[in-house]
Design a protein around this ligand. Structure first.
Ligand code: ATP
Ligand code: MG
Length: 219
């Protein structure tokens, strides 16, 4: 079901059909080629029917962390994935006020795609290091499989050690995947725009045009 704002994921799963769905969560402020290349690598490697990009909702207290309006981040994500029929964007977290817990998002996705569906949550090496602090991580590990992808600037050895620690603590497997190492971060892109430096080839042109049109990250 497509519309001008992107593609809704509220299609109904066929009962008992085993489907493999990838989820890439993030603030996407803005989305860049690091996210897209990692998601594509996971999609192909694990034969995922699709990867759903899940932009996080905006925090209720903006002063906690300056993050762009959820609608901007959502629209940039829609623009970024439009050329890949294996990618979708979800409004699930954007439409909730405040921060959503991943566990609630996963429960919702399981309802949508059926309990038998396999959900693969794709996370970068930096996120792996924070995983133990996540809300209800033990239960979350039973609900979905995690794919941990390499990221420049974050030691893969340390990532593997952390994965071992988490796996043995909860007796759940976390999959490691080497993806093209793109040294791109949203933080760097925001800095560059603020300082009038080029961001060409770091993110899709449509996203760059949107940023300039809306005057994002200038301050
Ligand atoms: P910020 O600098 O604002 O934190 P970011 O570039 O880290 O932005 P996020 O939206 O925080 O992007 O990341 C979403 C997910 O994508 C995280 O799990 C993160 O680890 C992963 N990710 C981001 N950039 C890359 C990259 N270049 N390579 C691999 N994974 C990445
Ligand atoms: Mg980040």
């Amino acid at each position: 079901m497509k519309n001008y704002r992107g593609i809704y994921m509220y299609e109904h799963a066929v009962d008992n059909e085993q489907i493999k769905i990838g989820v890439m969560g993030g603030t996407f402020d803005p989305i860049h080629y690091g996210h897209l290349a990692a998601a594509e690598a996971a999609r192909v490697e694990f034969g995922l029917r699709k990867v759903i990009f899940m932009p996080a909702g905006s925090p209720p207290h903006k002063w906690l962390k300056e993050i762009s309006d959820a609608e901007h981040r959502y629209r940039m994500t829609v623009l970024a994935i439009s050329s890949n029929s294996g990618f979708e964007v979800s409004r699930l977290e954007v439409d909730k006020s405040g921060i959503s817990y991943t566990i609630d998002t996963m429960k919702q996705l399981k309802k949508t795609y059926g309990e038998a569906s396999d959900i693969y949550f794709i996370i970068g090496a930096d996120t792996v290091m924070e995983l133990l602090t996540w809300h209800k991580i033990g239960e979350l590990l039973t609900l979905c499989k995690f794919i941990a992808v390499t990221r420049p600037g974050f030691n893969s050895r340390k990532m593997e050690q952390m994965i071992e620690e988490i796996s043995s603590k909860y007796n759940e497997e976390i999959i490691c995947l080497e993806v093209p190492l793109l040294e791109i971060s949203s933080t760097d892109i925001r800095e560059r725009i603020k300082n009038g430096r080029s961001v060409k080839y770091l993110l899709p042109e449509e996203v760059e045009a949107y940023i300039h049109e809306k005057g994002l990250y200038k301050e």
